[in-house]
Design a protein around this ligand. Structure first.
Ligand code: 13P
Length: 249
C-alpha cells in the first residue's frame, strides 16, 4: 500500500502572524485521514510552524535547500539548518525554482544527493511546459527530468523519495490536467522507474499530482489508480479548501 500524501506548498505567502493563524485553523479543522499531511511555509516561518504543530500529525517541509554542507553561499539554507529545526522533508525541483532561479537537472541531482545523505525525505517536482505537451514531447521531457536528477540514486534511496508531477501549464492557471492526463503520465512515470530500477520500487513510490487542484476537482484526480495525492499551491492557503482536499483523498 503506497502512502497517500496531501502537501501544501505555500510558496512566498503568509507572514509570521498569518502562518500561525492558518496553522491554528488547519489543526482545528484537520479531518481524520490515513494520508500524510504536509505543509511547506517559507523558510523564516519554519520554526514557528514546528512549534505550532508540535502536537499535530501535520508535517513541516521546506520549499528548497542548498546542496552544500555550509559556506559562502549568501542567502542560502543548508540541510543541517533545516534538520536543526526538526524539518526533515524538503521540496526540490519546483518549476518556479527551475524557471525563475535557473535550477537545472544537474543542480537538482546535487541537491537530491545531499538530501539523501542527510536522510531527508524529498518531494521531487518535475513536469513539462505547455510547448512540450503541444509538441508531444511531454513523456520524453519528464523521463529526462527523472533520469538526470534521480536515476543515479541507489535503490534504497527511493524510500525517501516522493514524486510530484506538476505540468507547468497547470500551475496557478486554473487549468488542471484532466484526471485521465494525470493518470496517463503517472502510469508512464511508474513504468519508467520500473524499467530503470524494478517494479517493487516503482509500485512503492508515491506520485503526487500538482497544478490547480481544488476542492471541486480533487476527488476525481485522486480516484485515479496511480495518483497518490496532491501537491497543492493556492488552495493550501485557505484552511477550508485544504481540509476539503484532504477529505477528498
Ligand atoms: P497551484 O495549486 O496554485 O496551481 O500550484 C501548484 C503548485 O505549484 C504546488 O507546488
Amino acid at each position: 500500500m503506497r502512502t497517500k500524501i496531501v502537501a501544501g506548498n505555500w510558496k512566498m505567502n503568509k507572514n509570521l502572524q498569518e502562518t500561525k493563524e492558518l496553522l491554528a485553523e488547519l489543526s482545528a479543522k484537520l479531518p481524520d485521514t490515513d494520508a500524510d499531511v504536509i505543509v511547506a511555509p517559507t523558510f523564516v516561518n519554519l520554526q514557528a510552524a514546528k512549534t505550532a504543530l508540535q502536537d499535530s500529525t501535520i508535517q513541516v517541509a521546506a520549499q528548497n535547500m542548498h546542496f552544500a554542507e555550509n559556506g559562502a553561499y549568501t542567502g542560502e539554507i543548508s540541510a543541517d539548518m533545516l534538520l536543526s529545526l526538526g524539518v526533515d522533508v524538503v521540496i526540490l525541483g519546483h518549476s518556479e525554482r527551475r524557471s525563475y532561479f535557473g535550477e537545472d537537472d544537474a543542480l537538482l541531482a546535487k541537491k537530491v544527493k545531499t538530501a539523501i545523505e542527510k536522510d531527508m525525505k524529498i518531494i521531487f517536482c518535475f513536469g513539462e511546459e505547455l510547448e512540450d505537451r503541444k509538441s508531444g514531447n511531454h513523456f520524453a521531457l519528464v523521463e529526462s527530468q527523472l533520469k538526470n536528477a534521480l536515476f543515479d540514486l541507489e535503490a534504497n534511496a527511493w524510500n525517501k523519495i516522493v514524486l510530484a508531477y506538476e505540468p507547468v501549464w497547470a500551475i496557478g492557471t486554473g487549468e488542471t490536467a484532466s484526471p485521465e492526463q494525470a493518470q496517463e503520465m503517472h502510469a508512464f512515470i511508474r513504468k519508467t522507474i520500473a524499467d530503470a530500477y524494478n517494479s517493487s520500487i516503482a509500485e512503492g513510490v508515491s506520485i503526487l499530482y500538482g497544478g490547480s487542484v481544488k476542492p471541486a476537482n480533487a476527488a476525481e484526480i485522486f480516484s485515479k489508480p496511480d495518483v497518490d495525492g496532491g501537491l497543492i499551491g493556492g488552495a493550501s492557503l485557505v484552511a477550508t479548501d485544504f481540509t476539503d482536499i484532504i477529505k477528498a483523498i
